[in-house]
Design a protein around this ligand. Structure first.
Ligand SMILES: [Zn+2]
Length: 304
């Protein structure tokens, strides 16, 4: 189980620092209860800004025995790593690591905001002292309703390894000699995530069945992504007013996207997640954090 902790507001379709406390009090606390029930050890990737705004969230997650990871400093579109220069990326990562570590102590696991990074990121992660990344989403295919990721990166995902591998400096989807262990998010056309789970619980069940089967067969971890902000109930908080329900095709596209993204939020998302954990526990999975998996991988040579 992995959790990306950023101040993202689904109705506002962007970062909103005003909901940081709600994400902590409603989202993170509910998740910690649920994880305790199923004896889950997971990784919470915090943005530096989120850690700075609600440091008590980092402390509480850590006190529950989960791993604290890094989700870069800012999650704003203007700071997506693949759009930044080498030096700018380095600044973001250094800033985030410093802020988070001042609260949690040493951290070593990373995931890029919106899963967007490039080959420069690999060297920067090494320089900043990270040892694992979980930003690749092998064989996820972004359909017409998912925007915002560069075509170049999407294509790379289609050819990326499904099992964990050491990243190369030349291509993110190739095995290489870097010290960064890539632990890809599970996917098969659709990502194994809260977003897929909420948008289509039926499709998600089929996906999960396939991924669990594959995990057993080739000893590969199933990596699930959830966001504490999915536990928030945004009813009546939408900013889709009549005015912007314009017939123009962009708004139509926006509306469809919004309707899909806002399905099964709040308590409903926790019920669905409860089912995922129950099912995984019945299947015999052990829930480990990214750093625990990394240790096991290096000790036993779990990979091929
Ligand atoms: Zn994120």
């Amino acid at each position: 189980m992995t959790n990306d902790v950023e101040c993202f507001s689904i109705p506002n379709k962007g970062i909103d620092l005003n909901i940081a406390n709600e994400i902590y009090n409603v989202g993170i606390k509910s998740l910690l209860d649920l994880y305790a029930h199923y004896d889950v050890k997971s990784t919470f990737y915090f943005t530096g800004i989120m850690a700075e705004t609600v440091p008590e969230a980092v402390e509480l997650v850590k006190s529950h025995g989960h791993e604290i990871g890094c989700h870069s400093h800012s999650h704003s579109e203007s700071k997506y790593l693949d759009t930044l220069s080498y030096e700018e990326q380095k600044n973001e990562l250094k800033k985030a690591k410093k802020v988070i570590e001042s609260i949690s102590g040493n951290i070593c696991s990373f995931r890029a905001p919106s899963l967007r990074m490039n080959e420069d990121t690999v060297r920067i992660l090494e320089q900043c002292g990270f040892t694992s990344d979980s930003s690749m989403c092998s064989q996820r295919f972004d359909g017409p309703f998912i925007f915002g990721s560069r075509r170049e990166l999407k294509t790379k995902w289609l050819f990326a390894h499904r099992k964990p591998y050491f990243l190369s400096y030349e291509s993110l989807s190739k095995k290489g000699n870097s010290k960064i262990l890539e632990i890809p998010i599970s996917a098969s056309l659709f990502s194994y995530s809260g977003n897929t789970m909420r948008r289509s619980p039926f499709l998600f069940k089929l996906l999960q069945k396939q991924l669990f089967y594959e995990s057993k067969k080739i000893e590969k971890p199933s990596v699930f992504v959830f966001h504490p902000h999915e536990c928030l109930d945004y009813k009546n908080k939408t900013n889709l007013t009549k005015e912007n329900r314009n017939i123009s095709k962009y708004y139509m596209r926006d509306m469809i996207k919004y309707q899909l993204k806002s399905k099964n939020l709040g308590v409903k998302s926790l019920e669905l997640l409860d089912n995922v954990l129950k099912c995984a526990a019945e299947y015999g999975f052990e829930f480990v954090s990214a750093s625990d998996y990394e240790k096991e991988y290096k000790n036993k040579g779990v990979g091929d």
